[in-house]
Ligand binder design. Structure first.
Ligand code: MTE
Ligand code: CO
Length: 428
């Protein structure tokens, strides 16, 4: 039976029944409970006395001003220079799984560029039958697909290897976003150029690069290139934002964000990996003995409780509490998430909002009753390959503490009796 079938918990049903019987609404709070008239119910309100904003005042809508803190944030000491920069998705304040482009984290090695569709060219060259150059309009004439995937920077959670450091899910886990992409499969474009000249494809590669100064070149094995990689021009239904690679970016499902080249300008079919900067001195993991792991493309299964968390404390006291978070795996679909309130000693099965989708974010909930006692809140993801998200100790055993990239260990939030939460580490 899938987790999504699980019914609302008995304790919650009892609470809701109790609330209805005494006339205390979930949101009405203590004022109504004490019989004090609530002016929001009994008085006429300003917003009902005049007309509201007209439709032509907002040709393109932004979030209402009361949501002004649901924004990307950066960590000043991580952003030495704003053109080689990183900011973080406010995952502590979002729900569902789709990340709006306007608050989806950005990572640029040489700044975001403004590239017009008219000036856009995509070259396919190297070991192909016919080198080709596509305009943006050309790309729009190939059969299109729509698919939702997460993009996680390999450095997400990278500051936490040596100890709990950044105080908030946005900062520890916010180098991630999840969008619905529309575009053309890379296979379609490679086949248009023809791969006969490449001979045996099993040992071939593609080298992909962007039009920005950094170019962010990466080598991708042909097997992956022909499997599920997309050349995307829309995200969540609209054009890519400049910062996400307008007008065209590469989508490399389940693989580290660095390979998702933005402002994609060239795809070269090669006989071997190029071994460029972004895949040798960067995006490799140094182990305890000084050797490095290379070609660490896949993002292993991971999860985090987004609320309660340091930026999203419990504000309502004891009683019903919705614990929620995100889970994902670069190896396929999430099949389950467990939540622990005691630092991993005991686990409860969380409810998945929808069955897990391959290489996309999955939202989980644990509907619980909080008695006001302290919690060491954790989540643990399982994916369809049978992989279970490791503890920090287990990950350190294999990887040491020298790494920056690919930290997918279990996160702990210490939730205190006053509802505030803090980033901590437990020993096992
Ligand atoms: N592509 C180009 N051309 N230039 C870049 O600097 N940064 C990479 C990747 N693609 C980068 C790029 C890195 S490290 C990541 S994590 C993702 O883009 C970030 O994508 P986003 O800015 O849309 O979140
Ligand atoms: Co990155």
């Amino acid at each position: 039976m899938s987790d999504t079938q699980k019914d609302i918990s008995p304790s919650r049903r009892a609470f809701l029944r109790g609330a209805a019987a005494t006339g205390v609404g979930l949101a009405a709070g203590s004022a109504s409970a004490q019989g004090t008239p609530d002016p929001l119910i009994t008085e006429k309100q300003d917003w009902a006395m005049t007309t509201g904003a007209g439709v032509d005042e907002t040709p393109y809508g932004l979030p209402i001003k009361y949501e002004g803190d649901v924004i990307r944030r950066n960590v000043p000491w991580l952003t030495a220079d704003p053109i080689s920069s990183i900011n973080f998705t406010p995952i502590h304040a979002l729900d569902g799984t789709i990340t709006p482009q306007g608050c989806a984290f950005e990572r640029h090695h040489s700044g975001a560029i403004e590239l017009k569709k008219e000036d856009y060219r995509l070259m396919i060259n190297g070991l192909v039958d016919q080198p080709l150059v596509f305009t943006y309009a050309d790309l729009e004439r190939f059969p299109r697909e729509n698919r939702t995937f997460f993009l996680e920077c390999a450095a997400n959670t990278g500051m936490e290897w040596a100890g709990a450091q950044l105080n908030g899910a946005q900062f520890t886990h916010g180098m991630i976003h999840n969008m619905e992409y529309s575009g053309v499969s890379l296979r379609t474009l490679l086949e248009e150029a023809g791969l006969t000249a490449a001979g045996d494809l099993s040992d071939k590669w593609v080298y992909v690069e962007g039009a920005d100064a950094s170019s962010n070149g990466r080598s991708i094995p042909m097997e992956k290139a022909l499997d599920d990689v997309m050349v995307a021009f829309k995200a969540n239904g609209e054009a890519l934002r400049m910062e996400h690679g307008y007008p065209v970016r590469l989508v490399v499902p389940g693989w580290e964000g660095n390979m998702w080249v933005k402002w994609l300008r060239r795809i070269e079919v090669t006989a071997q990996a190029v071994e460029g900067r972004e895949e040798t001195s960067k995006y490799t993991d140094t182990l305890a003995d000084g050797t490095s792991r290379k070609w660490t493309w896949v993002m292993d299964a991971k999860s985090v409780v987004t609320s309660p968390s340091p930026q999203s404390p419990i504000a309502h006291g004891t009683g019903p509490l919705v614990i929620t978070g995100l889970a994902w795996s670069g190896r396929g679909a999430i099949t389950g998430v467990d939540v622990s309130k005691d630092g991993g000693k005991t686990w409860e099965k969380a409810r998945l909002a929808k069955p897990g989708e391959k290489m996309a974010l999955t939202r989980f909930y644990l509907d619980t009753d909080w008695d006001g006692s302290e919690m060491l809140l954790q989540s643990r993801a399982h994916d369809e390959t049978g992989y279970v998200q490791p503890t920090k100790a287990q990950l350190r055993e294999v990887r040491g503490e020298n790494s920056v990239y690919h930290n997918n260990c279990i996160q702990t939030w210490h939730v205190k009796a006053n509802g505030e939460a803090e980033n901590v580490e437990v020993s096992s």
